[in-house]
Design a protein around this ligand. Structure first.
Ligand code: MN
Length: 508
């Protein structure tokens, strides 16, 4: 925790460092708007609430995203937690920023309700969000600050938030190529999820024979001197420490043997061109002796995730080794900021690539997903309902589905053009059969009118209603709803009787 509270100036400084031509007036307006909206509210930590959106915005600035996303980060809790409406945000900041804020509000409505539904909800949440990857990125920035202030909330809740970050958010950041935020989310969560392993990894890192970050400063100076002498141009030379959770994962892979890990700390040389990277490698090898078999050319042969860099490890002195990484500025930005780096070229492209990556991920994780399903199988006593839920988990429904919410925040996925009747039957057959009216986003909504993704749907039922209206067949969209309505229509008076006097009609 910082000793002093962050200010607007900290944000402006962070933004200007990355983009000197940033639209500061937009950020000032968004800050003033959020500040006055949150006036008087406090965080659990006792700090003024505005500190949270401010840190979210600073995190976003460090992720190299555009100004409109940083502004949306400042405003992200306004519509949810204050009397200000989304329409007011739209009037003040336009449709694009308002739509991002709206997306974040909806994600926030999802609540933890038992492990099985929780995984399913999150999967759906990310599918729903895939329509605008910017919402996910803002959510990362928001989540990172929440992780940094976990000490102030009850332990059980803190654990759940940390676990969710480690298992859901970080892998998604990874898939979006956002190495920097992935590492930050993981490290912030690691300590809460696995305190013992965290302490163990931290201790091992301290005992490693590699140079520690403060010692790396000297290597950096020497590296710059060497390069200056040869006239090879460089952009920056800086040190980097391996993220602790990433170290932990690597340790598990190498039988917990710290001596097998060479990249605990590294010197990163950002060079103007790929040719400069190879030239600099030669210079470093003539100064310090390379370890055998440690040269890795991911420039000519990128990793499957697209990662590009030239790596080598050298003996710094008899007792210390150090890894060097050479890369161009573009390779560096791609590795650290992933999808957000695409924005510099084309914002539309960023959104599109985001959708593709998330879709890919859902496809690839299908196997894992099925394993999870197998695990919950034991808990499901009724094999038929298990088969039905398997059916629902089929992952081919990406394009032509909408995602709507119950008032409690559960996500319900439905085919496009589904109506409140389809929603009601999806909740429960009884809810469908006794449905009399629907409210969507707090307003009365005709039962025959289609729902949209993001709608919050509330069904009014009347228990005295004994059967569905056959007219509903004219607009019910899902097979499930239609078959239930038809069942009653077919049964006619006999069905009614059966309902009133159970057992009065014999089954065929
Ligand atoms: Mn927030």
């Amino acid at each position: 925790m910082p000793e002093r509270l962050a200010t607007l100036d900290d944000l402006i400084k962070a933004v200007k460092e990355i983009r000197p031509d940033a639209d500061i007036s937009l950020l000032e307006r968004a800050f003033a708007f959020a500040d006055s909206a949150h006036k008087g509210q406090l965080r659990m930590s006792g700090e003024p609430y505005i500190i949270h959106p401010l840190h979210t915005a600073i995190n976003l600035a460090e992720m190299h995203v555009p100004d409109n996303m940083i502004a949306a980060g400042l405003l992200h809790d306004v519509a949810e937690d204050t009397p200000i409406t989304l329409d007011q945000i739209q009037d003040e900041f336009g449709e694009d920023i308002a739509s991002m804020v709206n997306g974040i509000c909806k994600v926030g409505k999802i609540k933890y309700r038992g492990v099985e539904r929780y995984i399913e909800n999150l999967r759906k949440m990310f599918m729903a969000m895939a329509s605008d990857v910017r919402v996910i990125i803002i959510k990362f920035a928001d989540r990172l600050h929440n992780l940094e202030t976990l000490d102030c909330i009850p332990q059980k809740k803190a654990y759940r938030i940390a676990l969710e970050s480690l298992e859901i958010y970080a892998p998604i950041a990874n898939r979006l190529g956002m190495g920097d935020i992935k590492g930050k989310l993981e490290d912030a969560a690691f300590r809460y999820v696995m305190p013992k392993e965290h302490a163990w990894a931290k201790e091992l890192a301290g005992e490693s024979m590699q140079l520690k970050l403060p010692q790396i400063e000297k290597v950096i100076e020497q590296t710059k001197e060497e390069l200056d002498q040869t006239d090879i141009p460089y952009v920056t030379v800086h040190g980097r420490q391996k993220h602790l959770y990433s170290l932990y994962r690597k340790l598990l892979k190498y039988n917990r043997d710290i001596t097998k890990i060479y990249d605990l700390t590294a010197v990163r040389c950002v060079m103007p061109t790929p040719a400069d990277c190879y030239a600099a490698l030669g210079v470093i090898h003539s100064r310090w002796t390379p370890l055998k078999g440690r040269i890795k050319d991911y420039i000519s042969q990128p990793k499957p995730n697209g990662y590009q860099s030239l790596h080598t490890t050298v003996f710094y002195d008899r007792s210390a080794i150090v890894e060097f990484q050479f890369r161009t500025k573009q390779m560096h930005e791609a590795a650290e900021f992933g999808i957000a780096a695409h924005w510099a070229y084309d914002e539309h492209k960023m959104i599109q690539i985001g959708q593709e990556r998330i879709k890919e991920m859902i496809d690839e994780d299908q196997l894992d997903w099925m394993n999870q399903v197998a695990n919950v199988q034991a808990e499901i006593s009724n094999p038929k309902s298990f088969l039905e839920s398997l059916e629902e988990m089929k992952l081919d429904a990406f394009n032509d589905h909408i995602f709507v919410y119950t008032p409690k925040g559960d996500v319900i996925d439905l085919p496009e053009d589904s109506t409140p009747i389809d929603f009601a039957y999806k909740i429960h057959t009884d809810v469908g059969n006794t449905c009399v009216a629907a409210k969507v986003n707090d307003a009365i909504h005709p039962l025959d009118q289609p729902l949209k993704s993001g709608d919050i749907v509330e069904i009014r039922t009347d228990k005295s209603r004994k059967s569905p209206n056959p007219d509903w067949l004219k607009f019910a969209k899902t097979r499930h709803a239609r078959s239930k309505i038809r069942q009653y229509a077919r049964m006619g008076i006999a069905g009614w009787l059966k309902d009133i006097i159970p057992g009065s009609i014999k089954k065929k």
